[in-house]
Design a protein around this ligand. Structure first.
Ligand code: TXA
Ligand code: MG
Length: 352
């Protein structure tokens, strides 16, 4: 299949009306279109069409029990899709939508079980990104979209990443620049009395608690689950975000981290392994290593979040076999950064 790739004016999408009409026509005919959102690029199909949705699973190589997020472009689109909207959900929608947070509701029959991975609930997201919203609006129906990467690979924050993973497997990629936040949306389940955070993101636990009070955090967010334990978001059980290299996180005081990584670098070089470090602006000059990937300023976690997946992809571009990454504080967006980093590292963490 030939994958059409078209750039659009992401500040004023109306200037590229013809591209959006082409994309809308493809998705209306049951095709797959990747599009940018403020979190990561999504791979879209008509959320209400089980045959179209199945194609998403095939293109990504995604297990069919892993439900998809349904994207809308205006609030009124949610009512036919969900059974009830609790007071807390309503508050979250009012404060954070449109934006990088996904909310889980009980679904109506309009959502096919292919979209919800066989669950009785559905995840709904109202993105802020103008290209995403204009595309959904032109399609005229809600769009199911997982991150537009091959299953298990880091999520794409640029159209070029989507092309690398999915070229010739999907109909079209709308290139609307880079994804500002760079980490997938926060996911919160408000269907029970105490809302539960299933995936941390740029809308932080602290921001949510300031809005609706105390929430719980699914165990899978913070640590590796034991055999047989299940995360509440099925997708959190899969190894995810991994570059091809082996990633190890080093956690501790900065000076200790630097000296530990330097001694590990020596060991790798002696074994003839190509080694790299995911370092920060503060530490980039302190490692005895040629392959330094600077993820950003340690004091600007928003910048670190937005560079995380591209940094993991760089490990592959450099052909590294071992990568050491500095740890970050798990407060605010730090919780989301460490959640993705720990998964990339297969929970391989050395405390120093
Ligand atoms: O930022 C995002 O959310 C991006 C953009 C494209 O919107 N999408 C995204 O989708 O990250 P995906 O498929 O890569 O991740 C969706 C996660 C999976 O872990 C899935 O298991 C979980 O959401 N999920 C979806 N529906 C659910 C449901 N009804 N109950 C619990 N978890 C659900
Ligand atoms: Mg994903």
């Amino acid at each position: 299949m030939n994958t059409i790739i078209k750039k659009v004016d992401y500040i004023n999408p109306k200037n590229d009306e013809d591209v959006f009409l082409e994309a809308a026509s493809i998705i209306k005919n049951g095709g797959l279109v990747a599009f940018p959102t403020e979190t990561v690029y999504g791979l879209g199909a008509n959320a209400l069409d089980p045959i179209a949705v199945k194609k998403i699973y095939e293109a990504k190589g995604r297990p069919s029990d892993n439900p998809l997020i349904v994207h809308i472009s205006e609030i009124s689109q949610i009512y036919p899709l969900v059974k009830n909207i609790s007071k807390k959900a309503e508050k979250l929608m009012r404060v954070f939508w449109p934006g990088p947070i996904t909310i889980i509701f009980n679904k109506t029959d309009l959502i096919p079980s292919e979209t919800s991975g066989g669950l009785s609930t559905v995840a709904i997201r109202f993105p802020e990104n103008k290209t995403a919203r204009y595309f959904i609006k032109k399609a005229g129906f809600p769009i199911a979209a997982p991150s537009a990467n091959s299953s298990g690979r880091p999520s794409p924050t640029r159209a070029s990443h989507v092309k690398l993973d999915l070229n010739s497997k999907i109909d079209m990629i709308i290139d609307g620049g880079y994804s500002e936040f760079g980490l997938e949306s926060t996911i919160i389940d408000v269907s029970s009395d105490i809302p539960c955070l299933l995936r941390p993101g740029s809308v932080t636990k602290e921001m949510i608690e300031n809005t609706i009070g105390k929430i719980s955090v699914d165990k899978a967010v913070l640590e590796k689950l034991e055999n047989g334990e299940r995360p509440k978001a099925p997708g959190m059980k899969y190894t995810h975000y991994s570059p091809l290299a082996n990633v190890t996180i080093i956690n501790g005081e900065q000076e200790n981290v630097i000296s530990k990584i330097n001694s590990l670098i020596k060991e790798n070089i002696e074994k003839d392994l190509k080694v790299g470090v995911i370092a920060t602006e503060q530490t980039k000059g302190k490692y005895i290593c040629d392959n330094i990937i600077v993820i950003g300023d340690r004091n600007n976690l928003k910048e670190i979040a937005s560079n995380l997946f591209i940094s993991l992809r760089r490990c592959d571009n450099l052909g590294l076999s071992q990568v050491y990454a500095e740890a970050f504080n798990e407060t605010g967006i730090g919780m989301a950064i460490m959640n993705r980093l720990k998964k990339a590292a297969g929970y391989n963490i050395i405390n120093v």
